[in-house]
Design a binder for this molecule. Structure first.
Ligand SMILES: Nc1ncnc2c1ncn2[C@@H]1O[C@H](COP(=O)(O)OP(=O)(O)OP(=O)(O)O)[C@@H](O)[C@H]1O
Length: 277
């Protein structure tokens, strides 16, 4: 498989404080790579660094090679054109991403207008196809519906429709289904996987839920205090975790704790144990 995304020695500082220490990884077309670690380990910072959505005062260095070009060196205007069109992101909280008083069809159409040159009738048709594809029409949701009238799972489907509207090559999903009950979570994640296969989309999935990761991801990156301490294929990582921190995370999951711990896992950060070149 060829690399869709190749992150090389990416690091992030908040002022003088290191949030991400230099880390490297790749995502291939059609591949789902999960990023996990306890709360505060830097998962969301990584996602936001890739999307250039970090707050003022954060500084990023390293290379982010996406479809052959270094995003880190791309002027803001070119990056804005790419964001949403070639790289899309979906978040946990749909009500912050959706306008509660604007019909969902209009909001999906806005994404299409922003990035494409479709005429209005084409946009309406495309919006309808997207609503069909993410299973909303089937559930009685129409382009005329407002976000507040939808369930949590339905809102996530609207976000997915917006994310895939321009057929991005990479989807970054940050704790996308965390707020949903486990059945809805599984349904939405299955849909994400189907869409990934259909569009040959690479997925970078941020999650602390090891059950979801094991089911969905082909590879896993483990972050501890901003360090990439282990990276491996999913089955190998679960069967023979190399880093003590990964073993501690898996141990907690075995005991039914699927949420990030409030206190830091007391395992020394040692990046030499789990990361393969
Ligand atoms: N605006 C900020 N200024 C300084 N430090 C910050 C800021 N935002 C986050 N951090 C720090 O960056 C580190 C990584 O946070 P991040 O939100 O990326 O972790 P996370 O793994 O996504 O956590 P969670 O699972 O709780 O979402 C934390 O130590 C956090 O305190």
């Amino acid at each position: 498989m060829t690399d869709l995304l190749s992150v090389r020695e990416l690091s992030v500082l908040a002022g003088a404080k290191p949030i991400l220490h230099p880390l490297s990884f790749t995502v291939s077309a059609g591949e789902t790579v999960a990023v996990t670690g306890e709360s505060g380990s830097g998962k969301s910072t990584l996602a936001r660094a890739l999307m250039r959505l970090l707050p003022d005062g954060f500084k990023t260095s390293g290379q982010i090679i996406f479809e052959g070009q270094d995003l880190a060196a791309l002027p803001e205007r070119d990056f804005r054109d790419l964001r949403g069109r070639r790289i899309a992101m979906v978040f946990q909280e749909p009500m912050t991403a959706l306008n509660p008083i604007r019909r969902i069809g209009k909001q999906i159409g806005d994404t299409l207008k922003l990035h494409g040159a479709l005429s209005s009738p084409d946009i309406a048709t495309h919006v309808q196809q997207l609503l069909d594809r993410v299973g909303l029409s089937h559930a009685g949701v129409s382009a005329q519906s407002y976000p507040h009238a939808l369930s949590g799972g339905q809102r996530q489907r609207v976000l997915l429709a917006m994310a895939i509207a321009c057929k991005p090559a990479l989807l970054i999903a940050d704790e996308f289904t965390t707020a949903l009950d486990s059945r809805t979570q599984a349904e939405v994640m299955d849909l994400v996987q189907e869409l990934a296969v259909e569009h040959e989309m690479g997925i970078l999935m941020i999650s602390h839920d090891l059950g979801v990761i094991r089911r969905q991801a082909q590879r896993v990156l483990v972050l501890q205090q901003g360090h990439l301490v282990e990276s491996n294929e999913t089955e190998q990582l679960f069967d023979t975790p190399r880093h003590p921190y990964t073993r501690a995370l898996l141990g907690m999951s075995l005991h039914g704790t699927n949420h990030p711990p409030l206190t830091r896992i007391p395992v020394p950060v040692d990046v030499s144990e789990g990361v393969q070149p």
